[in-house]
Design a protein around this ligand. Sequence first.
Ligand code: PRP
Length: 186
Amino acid sequence: MLEDIDRILIDEETIRRELRRLAAELVKSFKGRDLLVVAVLKGSCVFASDLIRLLPLPLSLEFLAASSYGDGTESRGTVSLRFFSDDLRLAGRSILLVDDILDTGRTLKAVKDRLLEMGVDAVKTCVFLDKAARRAVDLQADFRCFEVEDVFVVGYGLDYAGRYRNLPYIASLRPEVYGGTSENPA
Ligand code: PRP
């Protein structure tokens, strides 16, 4: 696995430092609220796990899986959500929607819109990485750790073909690993 890495782009110490900064910002925003952290599987598992341990707030944690349906190649934002709790209570709660990466924005926008349709008062979004240059819909993250260029990255929850999520840092892969250029693999 390690031989597939081209370069470490964000190292562990930088991640820890940025998480502490983000956590302080979130504590200010959500203090005194009934906070529900909703993490979008699978990519957000590492980020969400590290982040909640830095939040000295009463909170609950929920996971959801989002499947998008579009014209076969591009998601059009129609999203099917699957929650994993039978006794999910959304009304009246402050929702923090957590994802590993905001890319085109289609996933997070669709999930946010669906949560609002389900009667949630407000949803704030929080992402570990923001590829702002790739945005295809009108959505900015309310909270984010890092903005990254349009380079294909793995680690800290992000995968390529299901692998590399367990790398403790953000790295680029050697292009020959995915048979592509330095941008997103096809
Ligand atoms: C990734 C990532 C985001 C989404 C971002 O999920 O975790 O949820 O894509 O892309 P977008 O902004 O263009 O919609 P993916 O579908 O790869 O699933 P995973 O989290 O299980 O890896």
